[in-house]
Design a protein around this ligand. Structure first.
Ligand code: GTQ
Length: 361
């Protein structure tokens, strides 16, 4: 078979391309090797070279188009009726940042998105509507706007809707991370729904009441709590604001945890809820994690210093926006504002590559 790999170009090369060297490169190419010194500065760049761009999806603007998909195809036919949020810089590769997938999923009354499982892990952040539920590992959980729900890797899950009106949530998955390693697996359940094997609220009762069952071992990498209701998380922020310990970059930012370890609720995706007080003008912040934000309350903007200049994204409730890896940015709130967000931070931390710069240093 013809070789498809290209000979190294001179960009990023270390020395002059003499005829003798070129001939040598051609010979080692035939033996499936290439000279590191010719590509090194492109292979390991001095600073991140990021293709994704800062971008905002205006929910009010896209809502009609999203609802139109409900007349075009059923949830059963589509399996998951999701409009993928494609980062304009990532060329239709179904990613919102370098390492994350995001989409808006729509379910209509009476529909079922049939049970399946996959090796990528998913999170749901409910954007609009009530009456829908998701069943994860045999436990049903109702979905209300602002709730954060985890679907761990390889857990059976289906979604349904017993109420009225459309229900929409933001999906976040680690598909690009799993794809980078290779082991993508997917399987359909033989029926539309997996049997309910655990009463609703069971995981919340076992692990979400500041206690845990004595003698029960939890050794999975994700949190045993799979629904984090908005009401409780939001209340925590409201009570904490009285202490007024505002972080100059992030306001008041909390991360969702696995109560058995104190670490991230999900092993590959970090998740956060943050409050920005009225008039907050954040200090410049830069981090290697690519972050996806979902605005829940209030309005504001983020200024992102991208390669081509500063991009300002103005957000309002239900808008989704992303800030790519290593781009300095500032969060600014008009009135009180609340943002949910998720990023690849925990995965980067485990690999020992996560970094941040707080302020303009
Ligand atoms: O709900 O199981 O956005 O399997 C992409 C793939 C959602 C889901 C997505 C999925 C799902």
């Amino acid at each position: 078979m013809a070789k498809t790999t290209e000979l190294p170009s001179s960009a990023g090369s270390a020395g002059a391309r003499t005829a003798e060297r070129e001939a040598y490169y051609a010979r080692i190419h035939e033996r499936d090797m290439s000279p590191l010194w010719e590509v090194n500065r492109r292979l390991v760049t001095p600073e991140p070279v990021i293709d994704s761009v800062p971008h905002l999806w205006d929910y009010d603007g896209l809502r009609d188009t999203l609802l139109e998909s409900g007349t075009l195809i059923t949830a059963k036919e589509a399996q998951r009726r999701v409009l993928i949020l494609e980062n304009p810089g990532l060329d239709g590769t179904h990613r919102i940042t370098e390492s994350l997938f995001a989409g808006l999923q729509l379910i209509m009354p009476g529909e079922i998105a049939p049970a399946h499982r996959h090796s990528p892990a998913a999170l749901r952040f409910i954007v609009e509507g009530e009456g829908a539920y998701t069943a994860v590992g045999g436990e049903k959980s109702s979905m209300k706007p602002g709730d954060f729900i985890i679907t761990p890797a390889w857990a059976w899950h289906d979604h349904g809707h017993d109420g009225d009106g459309p229900v929409v949530w933001l999906d976040g998955l680690d598909i690009p991370m799993v794809a980078a390693f290779g082991p993508l697996f997917f399987e359909m359940y033989p029926d539309d729904q997996a049997p309910e094997s655990v009463p609703p609220g069971d995981s919340q009762a076992r692990y979400g009441a500041n206690m845990r069952p004595v003698g029960e071992v939890w050794n999975r990498p994700e949190s045993p709590i799979f629904c984090y209701p908005y009401e409780r998380s939001r209340e925590a922020l409201e009570i904490m604001r009285r202490g007024a310990e505002w972080d100059p970059c992030a306001g008041l930012r909390m991360t969702y945890v696995n109560p058995t370890t104190g670490g991230s609720a999900m092993p590959t995706i970090s998740t956060f809820l943050q409050l920005l007080p009225k008039g907050f003008a954040g200090a410049t912040y830069r981090t290697t994690e690519g972050t996806v934000y979902a605005a829940t309350e209030g309005t504001g903007r983020v200024e992102v210093d991208a390669a081509e200049g500063t991009v300002t994204l103005a957000w309002k409730p239900r808008d989704i926006f992303c800030v790519p890896c290593w781009m300095p940015h500032r969060l600014i709130a008009d009135g009180d504002a609340v943002l949910f967000s998720f990023s690849d931070r925990v995965a980067q931390e485990k690999l020992g590559i996560w970094r941040e710069i707080r302020g303009n240093s």
